[in-house]
Design a protein around this ligand. Structure first.
Ligand SMILES: [Zn+2]
Length: 194
């Protein structure tokens, strides 16, 4: 059966509601409410005035119950935000450059043995061994230079990816925090009215 998460219209608690339910009473604050489906949205609404008048006496109780729960949810939200922000971020980028560096390291090793082989075979004075020697140096410098470049590039990429991710995390946490703070203000106002 499909279950939807809805906010209680009385205390704001998250309630798991079966998709085909029409009426329910909140397990936290005992507010009777109906499931209102309109234009693709689904929400909880307190039941009519007569019942709500009977219910009003418990509104203060509901609000008093809601305050510590909302405060706890706010704390959990902060803990969750910190944990998400501190989580390690792994990125794969600059694959082309990384492959080029690996290729040059392999080339460096192969050319080394090619030079030994050529020298052993009596090619040590030939122009060919000089060409191989130049290539060997090119691979050596390319490997070191490429590796350093790769490190800088990856650090920049990581900083960018982290800034993007953190902005998403903070945006979502700030949004949830605003909702909870509004509920908290409402609950405190109800408690203070009485
Ligand atoms: Zn409730």
């Amino acid at each position: 059966m499909e279950v939807v998460a809805l906010r209680c219209a009385g205390c704001g608690a998250q309630l798991e509601v079966d998709a085909d339910t029409d009426n329910l009473t909140c397990g936290y604050c005992k507010t009777p409410q109906e499931v209102v489906r309109r234009g693709g949205t689904i929400a909880l609404k307190k039941l009519g005035d007569a019942i709500s008048r009977v219910q009003r006496g418990t509104d203060k109780t509901a609000a008093e119950l809601a305050i510590p729960r909302i405060e706890r949810e706010l704390l959990e939200l902060e803990t969750g935000r910190r944990r998400q922000l501190e989580a390690a971020l792994r990125i794969t980028s600059r694959i082309g450059l990384a492959n080029a560096v690996i290729g040059m390291v392999i080339g460096f090793a192969i050319l080394f043995f090619v030079m030994i082989g050529m020298a052993g075979a009596g090619y040590d004075k030939s122009i060919l061994i000089r060409i191989v020697w130049v290539l060997w140096w090119a691979c050596l410098l390319g490997s070191v230079g490429g590796y350093l470049l790769l490190r800088v590039a990856r650090r920049t990429d990581l900083a960018k990816a982290k800034a993007l991710r953190d902005a998403g995390i903070n945006g979502e946490c700030d949004r949830q925090q605003r909702v909870l703070r509004q509920q908290l203000d409402r609950a405190r106002a109800v408690v203070n009215e009485h």
